[in-house]
Ligand binder design. Structure first.
Ligand SMILES: Cc1cc2nc3c(=O)[nH]c(=O)nc-3n(C[C@H](O)[C@H](O)[C@H](O)COP(=O)(O)OP(=O)(O)OC[C@H]3O[C@@H](n4cnc5c(N)ncnc54)[C@H](O)[C@@H]3O)c2cc1C
Ligand code: SF4
Ligand code: SF4
Length: 235
């Protein structure tokens, strides 16, 4: 197979990893470039939400994909790397810069038949919404809570490290918001919040939890009955 048959994939999150592994199954080599030092994107920051059994949150899927990708001879992984220049005539010619561990920057040029953009998303910053994020220490985002559960297994109040007796989940912040021009439902946060609530309730049954949302949108089949399991009301 000539170098031109390679595919350049920009972004090594779940999407980029899946593309690289799928191409490899077809015998196509790829160069997987991520600007971060580690692969996995946001999904690598999520906690396992298993209670008495796996709740199919998908958080471990990314680790399994990373292991397969780094072992795969068809996938050339370049982390800590950025695209400096890209041009196309017959195929694509891309200059990639990579920061080495000694601090030096290395540069290489790759010729590929195609480019896949898998650069992912940027989480909404709720600083300007009226919920006190970045004004009150104990107001955190869904992603902050994921990281907390991944690191400490339980939620801890950032202000003093104590267990919160009451928690409120404010849903749809940044989505389904006509003032921002964001009319879409992001589809993942109801499921993600409920899974986290269920996990917290199992580990700390005394925690009182309130959900504030206009609609609860759950697509996964595994969620039937979750609202009653958590014992919460949707208002
Ligand atoms: C609040 C919330 C909760 C969620 N909960 C879950 C859950 O419990 N389970 C689940 O399965 N999914 C969950 N999701 C969805 C999940 O986060 C996404 O489906 C997944 O992360 C998308 O993967 P991605 O590869 O498209 O993007 P990302 O995860 O954003 O990865 C993109 C990658 O591209 C790299 N990159 C970006 N730009 C460049 C560039 N210019 N050059 C090089 N590299 C670049 C980044 O460093 C990153 O590694 C949740 C999402 C949100 C917002
Ligand atoms: S709950 Fe999520 S992270 Fe835990 S085993 Fe199941 S899919 Fe994997
Ligand atoms: S309805 Fe649920 S999934 Fe949709 S944006 Fe609101 S919180 Fe997220």
């Amino acid at each position: 197979m000539t170098a031109k048959k390679e595919v350049l994939i920009i972004g090594g999150g779940v999407a980029g990893l899946s593309a690289a592994l799928g191409l490899s199954q077809l015998g196509i080599r790829s160069v997987l470039v991520d600007k971060q030092a580690c692969l996995g994107g946001f999904a690598a920051q999520y906690a396992c939400k298993a209670t008495s059994a796996c709740v199919k949150c998908g958080a471990c899927m990314v680790m399994e994909k990373i292991s397969r990708a780094v072992e795969d001879p068809n996938i050339d992984v370049l982390t800590g790397s950025r695209i400096a220049q890209i041009s196309s005539s017959e195929g694509f010619k891309t200059v990639i810069t990579q920061k080495a561990s000694d601090g030096r920057t290395r540069q290489q040029t790759r010729e590929t038949a195609a480019v896949i953009l898998a650069c992912g998303f940027k989480p909404f910053d709720p600083e300007n919404k009226p919920y006190g994020y970045k004004r009150f220490t104990n107001v955190v985002t869904n992603l902050d809570l994921e990281r907390m559960l991944r690191q400490d297994s339980v939620p801890l109040r950032p202000s003093d490290g104590a267990a919160p007796a009451r928690m409120a989940f404010i849903q749809c912040v940044g989505s389904r918001d006509a003032k921002l021009g964001h009319l879409w439902c992001s589809k993942v946060c109801c499921a993600s919040a409920l899974r986290m609530a269920r996990l917290i309730k199992m580990r700390r049954p005394a925690t009182e939890m309130t959900f504030s949302t206009s609609t609860c949108r759950l697509s996964a089949k595994s969620f039937s009955g979750s609202t009653t399991m958590c014992g919460k009301k949707f208002t």
